[in-house]
Write a protein that binds this ligand. Sequence first.
Ligand SMILES: Cc1ncc(COP(=O)(O)O)c(C=O)c1O
Length: 776
Amino acid sequence: MRRTVSDAFWDYLMKPARQRAGRTPYGADELRLLRTALLSQNLCSVGGQLVRDFEGAFAGIHDVPYAVASTSGTAAIHVALGALDPNPGDEVITTPITDLGTIIPIVQQNAIPVFADVDDSFNLDPRDVERKITPRTKAIIAVHLFGNPCDMDALTAIAKAHRLALIEDCSQAHLAEYRQRLVGTIGELGCFSFQQSKHLTTGDGGMTITANRAYAERMKLFVDKGWARRGFGARAYLFHAPNYRMTELVGAVGLAQLPKLRQVVARRRELAALLSEQVAGIDGVSPLPVTPGAISSYWTYPLVVSGGNAAALADRMRVHRVWASGGYIGKPMYLCSESLAAKKTFGTSQWPFTCNEPEITYEYKAGLCPKAEAGLDRLLTLPLDESWTSERVARAAEVLARCLEAKSPSTRRVAVNSRPVAAAPAPHSSTTGSPPIRIAIIGCGQMGRWHLNAYQRAANVELVGFADTNLSAAEQFAAETGGHAYASHRELLAAEQLDAASVCVVPAAHRQVVLDTLEAGVHVLCEKPLATSLGDARAMAIAAHRKGLHLVPAFKFRFFEEVREARTLIDRGGLGPIVSARLIFACDLDMTGRWYADPRLSGGGIVMDNGAHAFDLIEFLLGPIGSMAATASRARPLDVEDTALVTCALRSGATATIHLTWSVAAPPTTYLEIYGQQGTALLDLHGLTFKLATWQEWKRVPNPSDTKTAFARQINHFVGAARGTDSLAVSHTDGVRAQQLIEAAYDSIQSDGASISVREADPLVLVSGFTAANAS
Ligand SMILES: Cc1ncc(COP(=O)(O)O)c(C=O)c1O
């Protein structure tokens, strides 16, 4: 576009935006057209020119005769459905991996969303779409996820064969192509969002395009209350319809954006190609496949993490200031949205899900689309956009590689140590064909039994040995599983070829047992606390680090569903900035005569016993603790404290209080309360209850599984990490950090509750600093 003198003036006006890092989509052209809109003294599109021009130009670049503007992508999809005019109870098949904006219009139009599963590109799987067709099916909405077009040949053929309308949701796929055709022009109707993050943005806005004149006429009416504007006389509203009219201000911005769109998409493609080249050399991750015959326009850059837990990988990348997102929407839409899962729609009617009753009922629950449910855990997205530079691409790839490497040591050890045995049938495909992982349990008391039970449920695991100074306890375990029993861990390590071991002995013995086990080349899952002193914990962490082995502290809470849900809620900003939290780990256990109350074996009382879980949980959910003050007491006559109160100041400015006790007869079911400026979350062992500022009601997310299953998840994580198929979500550095906090709590208790500041948690420095000191 030719620049004029006044461009310099407009550029000057836009300067604050230009100084911002990242995307700056708006400039002098937008300002100029906004000025035109304002000077026209008419901002309503009825009688205006700018929205009309925007519609014309948008239709033009898509080479279709009709485009109708609206207020959002959600509205644009509603407009498309309004054109089809379904009957209440008609079904619309779509994908569960999308924005809720795809689904809202279906329900709003009294039709019923039916979810088909996805394929390897996370787009609709046409085979499952065909399986989900019923006599009530009216339409299919194909969502071109992340800019990658769906398999439109297959979907078009299905739609034709079953006489269904095919709507394309191109909200994330402006100018993407499928077999040389622009998306939005392949189905009967194409819908676009101009929300802030989209390729073409007006902040909010939408457009529906079509080549079908009858649809176009209905669409025009649909955005304008069904109003057939015929000049003077009685008004004629031809059918029920909303007001979705785009304003002239939005039209002005859209019109100014349009000439930039090709450039935006071309640059994203260039950068994505560069990133794909660099990602090709990284093990454990691969770009999401682009549909054959298609060219993506890259709303974001999606990847699949083969070991799963993309969210943890994204967290690690963010530490290096490379922004990535794990799991996209977290769960399939039918599990995210209460309007579906709990049928909270219109009053208490549960309409439209009840409109085909009693013959047909609809339930939106886990199991509807297994691939979508399982796949999101592996999905990582990088927010690539046209403002990225090739340096930024290279840095993203480098950090991605580093974070994958750091947490996924190779499977070398397993291969070296594994005896070739007949492969047991393996329920997980990732382990199919590989020999079972050889596990031992050291310490066969109550905690050892929890580990035993969980390993017995794990796939492709062989329990080969058990050690306990009380040999009969080890023999009991061996009798149940067929492994061998030993009276000491050293005998066990000498006799068995192990891949990994659980250490469940008393805490004072952790250091020696763990060091010996690591020395034997065996990965370790160590019960909490990792050690009875910070020095011991560091020595153990250094040994693991040097050997390239995992030393995983058994911080089971991280694997509990309510904790994961809370973490997602907090990470997404649902609770707003956190103000305070209250954690209580309380039970009624008389420790008289037990090792817990003998400081030579336990290293301390309740703070040593449950402090590790408490501190790890607080930092895992709310961020680092900066300082703490602690007091302790004895409700029972023990040699160690059985009750403690710790007040923590978090570096974020929030406060957390931690109550720990073995001496409360009736503890509350809620163990953690988190209060944010925008909402509150309450965690108990059966689920998460939360309420956001704008809600009338509390929402309850019950855990789908029991605590045994949650505990087993921790064991599966360890097995997967030891095998090299899963990246590590909790490591020796977390164990050292918890020990550092326990030590700070005891320091405070010994100084009558004085505030103790805790050094910034940089576990690598903690460990490597000690390495240097040790080396001399
Ligand atoms: C695939 C998809 N469909 C629909 C929508 C809804 O668009 P809007 O937010 O403009 O209503 C979005 C927006 O994020 C989207 O990504």
